[in-house]
Design a protein around this ligand. Sequence first.
Ligand code: FES
Length: 159
Amino acid sequence: MSDVPQTNSANGAKSPEWRKIGSFVSLKKRICQHVYAETGKKNDLALFYNEGKFYAMEAWCSHMGGPLYLGDLEDYGGSCHVMCPWHSYMFDLTTGKNEIGLRQDVFQVKVESGDVYILHAAALSLNRYEGRSYSRTDSANMTRKDPCLAVQEPKLPEV
Ligand code: FES
């Protein structure tokens, strides 16, 4: 699998590829996190983990750009939604839709051989890309108390 996006010769658009994000064991420890796109902020994603399943959607809220990777997950109308931390609009993790007609693009996620992959046209990483400029909003998850830790690993007694 290449990290270099392929170019569709017909229209110049990049074709989506499965992008390895990290190990299932590591990623399932957080219910939400920021995934950086090599192609720039507009392509960043939010990765969510809920009840044994991963979901990926655009990182920035379609209302006014709030960071959805800092949102809380809620059961809303029978399906899991992320609540935007800025104005509390809810987005369905599966469809990206919300009740007033806003919409986030969502992306397929798979787990294969112990690793988590997202189908996306750009290279993706949990770490920032060198050479890409970052705003204060990009750092929001570093200055706020981390709301996304799903489960603390139990400490095993020393023997
Ligand atoms: S920016 Fe997300 S609800 Fe306003």
